[in-house]
Design a protein around this ligand. Structure first.
Ligand code: NAD
Length: 453
């Protein structure tokens, strides 16, 4: 399979496509590696992650340039993502020794306690938008709890995942505890989902693929975590700090060329401040420099694939009707999958830009009168991943906390996902949680023991 640089569509390398038999063989090998790894002390497993994090930090510039070449993001963002992956490994290393059971007070049946053990071979299916970070979210909890894991990178971004796996191996993770299988989703990815020896599948990607995977797995035996898409609302109240909100909207929408599951995908702004806010947002958006992520000074790189670019173009065309494009709305001349950062107002409520996930640098803006109206609009899609409210009034924040449908809600920021906190969606945005101390439980089975004296 060929891999291309999205800034110029030149081929940068190729990877093998693993067949179903080869995937099964890899899973058998990981099954053989599991008993030895799970018998190691948790702290010794954590040390492997610490060592890997140290190497990743020392190697950040090389890893970032690999990520930029295959994904497209500016080098500064690539470095942030690589360092973010190192932080995830450090976090899980730091909680390695916390894996334990619980005890129940003595009762008429005697004493009871629980004991937790790893599951066996796990599977991770990774998207292309944040390949390093999302790989770390899945690999770290799996291996620190004593499981082995097979990783399937996205077709367009295999090299970052292969490099990180190499660092984990050279840090002491045995070859038969972690393996990367490259290939297509319908082929190599589906071979993992269908394999009956895989005990946990963690998938991040589109709603459509998540639905397919949940039909492929044997629900009685397999733990399934689905981190799917979102259409995050950002609600800017009349009392918000507008400088912060403008900066938050620009970063929230245009970071990674808008290709983040928790990007700001719909912006709702109070009528009372809308004109001033939109004017400042437009100026800030127009100051962004679009270009090759590898070039100095680039703020926004290309979209990762031609398909993704075409989808954005179609969504804008289908939605435009009587709406007004404030800036952008076009593809700059020249090679590469570039799309200008775009702001649009005056959309019909049922337009594709307000009802589907917009995975690119296009921000629809809608005005609202009172907060109830904004909350209703925020809750009007099938998604429920992230959301933010920008306000200095605790009553507004409290209303959003209670009534916006999302798995994570930020007040006066958007899209920060530290490894210490649980992350995941509700409604159509997925099932299960990654990160935070409880994520370890997803990779273990708990046995209850009752001792009757
Ligand atoms: P995608 O679903 O097309 O692909 C994701 C991964 O699944 C790739 O590795 C792909 O090869 C694999 N895959 C595809 N079909 C498969 C199948 N039938 N069986 C098994 N594996 C298969 O998604 P994408 O376009 O790569 O990623 C973008 C989507 O991911 C967006 O919707 C975005 O919101 C979502 N996303 C969600 C999160 C989150 O944490 N919730 C994070 C990042 C991205």
């Amino acid at each position: 399979m060929d891999v291309y640089n999205p800034a110029n569509n030149q081929k940068i390398g190729e990877v093998k496509e693993f067949t179903e038999e080869e995937v099964a063989g890899t899973i058998d090998r990981l099954g053989a590696g599991f008993p030895g790894w799970s018998a190691r002390r948790p702290a010794s497993r954590g040390m492997v992650l610490y060592r890997a994090a140290e190497t990743i930090r020392a190697d950040v510039h090389r890893l970032a340039s690999i990520l930029t070449a295959e994904q497209g993001k500016p080098l500064a963002e690539a470095r942030n993502e690589i360092l973010g992956a190192a932080s995830v490994f450090e976090y899980y290393a730091s909680i390695a020794g916390t894996v334990g059971g619980s005890t129940v007070p003595k009762s008429d049946y005697g004493y009871a306690f629980t004991s937790k053990s790893p599951l066996g071979v796990c599977g991770a299916i990774i998207p292309w938008n944040m390949p390093a970070l999302i790989m770390a979210w899945k690999v770290a909890p799996a291996v620190v709890t004593g499981n082995s894991i097979v990783v399937k990178p996205a077709e367009t971004t295999p090299f970052t995942n292969i490099e990180i796996a190499g660092i984990l191996h050279s840090s002491g993770l045995p070859d038969d505890v972690l393996a990367v299988v490259t290939g297509g989703g319908e082929t190599t990815g589906a071979a993992i989902a269908r394999n009956r020896d895989v005990r946990h599948i963690s998938f991040t990607g589109s709603v459509e693929t998540g639905e397919k995977i949940s039909k492929m797995v044997d629900a009685g035996r397999v733990r399934l975590t689905l981190e799917l898409g979102g259409s995050d609302p950002m609600i800017v109240c009349g009392d918000a700090d507008l400088d912060r909100a403008v900066a938050g909207a620009v970063a929230g929408r245009f970071y990674n060329c808008g290709q983040i599951c928790t990007a700001v995908k719909r912006l709702f702004v109070a009528d009372s401040v809308a004109d001033g806010f939109i004017g400042r947002l437009k100026a800030a958006t127009e100051s962004l420099r679009v270009g090759d992520g590898a070039a100095e000074g680039t703020d926004i790189g290309p979209l990762n694939s031609i398909g993704g670019l075409q989808r954005i173009e179609e969504m804008v065309e289908d939605s435009i009707g009587s709406a007004k494009v404030l800036t952008g709305g076009l593809r700059p001349d020249g090679p590469g999958n570039f799309y200008a950062p775009t702001l649009i107002t005056g959309l019909e409520p049922d337009s594709r830009l307000l009802t589907e996930e917009v995975f690119g640098p296009v921000l629809p803006i809608v005005r609202f009168g009172d907060l109830d109206e904004a909350v209703d609009m925020a809750n009007s899609t099938r998604f429920g991943l992230g959301a933010s409210i920008w306000t200095n009034d605790m009553r507004n924040a409290s209303k959003a906390i209670d009534s916006v449908r999302s798995g994570i809600l930020w007040v006066n920021r958007h899209s920060r996902i530290p490894p210490e906190v649980p992350f995941g969606g509700v409604a159509g945005s997925g099932i299960g949680r990654e990160n935070g101390p409880n994520s370890l439980d997803g990779y273990m089975v708990e046995k209850t023991v009752i001792v009757s004296p």
